[in-house]
Design a protein around this ligand. Structure first.
Ligand code: CMX
Length: 435
């Protein structure tokens, strides 16, 4: 058993009595009521999921295992010469809740490195897909195609104690995470670089190997680390995490579950917003035909978009009520590495104008920028201008969060998810009686 899996086994043994006690002694304690507005409103604010991997405070933003983003970036071990922590040490934190030592982090790197080889049939499948296929479709298909490798399925078919479900779930998750960055880079090189694939370098950490396979030089390796960490998890009610959790609750294996989560991420109200922000900005620049945008001009385009019934991508959030700290973390990277980038300046300009306009427009509960407002501009700067690829990178990061969640779901024996639905007649009846 790997060092991380052993530590996880201990953590699970320590944690299980807490869940058991809550269920045995406090199962009837109310967490809140559900209103008709919430039932018709996508369950906003309904407290019905439990995860210890991350918590999203509406005002403060995300904490991973209790640590804010600046704390994570400061405390986690880094690869030699790197400015940002390696994904491997972040994975240890997500899985165990502990800050790893440098040694722990290297142990994870070794564990991943033996599992990085992509099956040839996955590469061939991707190569055979029409080149106008969206890269998220290619990505999700690649994950699904590998489902035949699932250890969970093999163990389940042989008969397995429920208490052991988490073990092959963990094994599958490691297999997937080790391969995802390379699969993503292969998709990029197939779709946008005429199939000029770059072989992986297994001696590198996940972020550096991704940069290498994308054909990028430093500091892109650090950007990849930062990007994957920031996009990993946003507690478990967001669409990609929830879809993964829901599918996994049927005891479908991690391949099926993650593929479902990636499909949810592909929606424009979720991860696809990262491509939409850039699409919107480039569209504005093209319309201006060489004229330098000013705040006044930007305001005009923002209002035009709103008045045509569309959303301003990269702004607003279902839970957050302040600027997303993931936006700030990426902004810091921009200020350090690309302060004079034109598109970065336009993104900053949007930060100055959009919140006031959204407030005046009066619909969005949160007028502030989210993670997606800033992500695309950095990729654009490093020459990755194919913005439909951005959500794939979001997906590599998101896999870290959703897979650590489902490992713990299985460890704590979370059951099949099955909330209750009512009919509209019933709602009307309940509303009448409540008058
Ligand atoms: N531009 C215009 N209108 C917006 C808006 C925006 N950026 N954000 C919210 N609104 C509108 C909603 O469309 C909704 O309008 P209707 O009442 O006509 O349906 C109204 O304001 C209330 O919405 P809300 O409660 O503030 O926000 P929701 O929880 O319904 O939706 C989100 C959240 C993110 C989908 C929404 O803010 C949005 O569409 N933002 C733009 C897309 C985006 O950036 N998505 C990425 C989110 C982060 C991620 O998951 O990756």
């Amino acid at each position: 058993m790997s060092a991380l899996k052993e530590r996880l086994a201990q953590k699970i043994e320590e944690h299980r009595p807490r869940t058991k006690k809550l269920l045995k002694e406090h199962a009837d304690v109310k967490l809140g009521d559900v209103t008709i507005g919430q039932a018709l409103g996508g369950g906003r604010g309904v407290k019905m999921l439990v995860t210890d991997i991350s918590y999203l405070d509406p005002m403060e933003g995300i904490r991973f295992r209790g640590y804010t983003i600046p704390e994570v970036l400061e405390k986690l071990p880094k690869s030699e010469g790197a400015e940002y922590p390696c994904v491997e040490s972040f994975w240890w934190l997500l899985i165990t809740g502990d800050i790893p030592t440098q040694e722990d982090s290297i142990a994870v790197r070794d564990e991943f490195s033996t599992k990085k080889i992509i099956p040839q049939y996955v590469i061939e499948l991707l190569l055979k897909m029409p080149r106008d296929t969206h890269p998220m479709t290619m990505f999700s298909c690649a994950v699904l195609a590998m489902q035949r490798e699932s250890k969970f399925v093999r163990h389940y078919e042989r008969g397995m104690d429920k208490l052991d479900y988490w073990k092959p779930t963990y094994d599958d998750a490691i297999q997937i995470i080790a391969k995802l960055p390379s699969i993503a880079a292969y998709i990029y090189r197939m779709k946008y670089k005429n199939d000029t694939l770059i072989a992986p370098d297994y001696s590198l950490d996940i972020g550096a190997n991704f940069a290498h396979m994308m054909g990028q030089k430093p500091p892109y390796d650090d950007l990849a680390r930062l990007y994957f960490i920031l996009h990993s998890d946003h507690e478990s009610g967001n669409a990609s995490a929830h879809a993964t959790h829901l599918v996994s609750s049927t005891l479908a294996d991690p391949y099926y579950s993650l593929s479902a989560g990636l499909n949810a991420l592909a929606g424009p109200l979720h991860g696809l917003a990262t491509q939409e922000v850039l699409r919107w900005l480039i569209d504005v620049i093209e319309k201006l035909d060489g004229v330098e945008p000013t705040e006044e001009i930007m305001k005009k385009f923002v209002w035009e978009t709103l008045n045509s019934g569309q959303v301003i991508p990269g702004f607003g959030h279902a839970v957050l009520r302040k600027t997303d700290p993931r936006y700030y973390a990426q902004r810091e990277f921009c200020l350090k590495h690309l302060p004079d980038d034109k598109i970065f300046k336009y993104v900053s300009m949007l930060y100055n104008v959009v919140p006031d306009i959204l407030a005046e427009h009066g619909k969005a509960k949160n007028p502030w920028p989210n993670v997606d407002a800033q992500s695309g501009v950095i990729q654009w700067h490093y020459g990755i201008k194919d913005f439909d690829f951005y959500t794939v990178m979001f997906g590599v990061g998101r896999a870290l969060g959703v897979l650590s969640n489902i490992i713990w779901d299985r460890a704590l024996l979370y059951p099949l998810e099955r909330p209750k639905s009512l009919t509209t007649d019933m709602l009307e009846d309940i509303a009448k009686k409540a008058k």
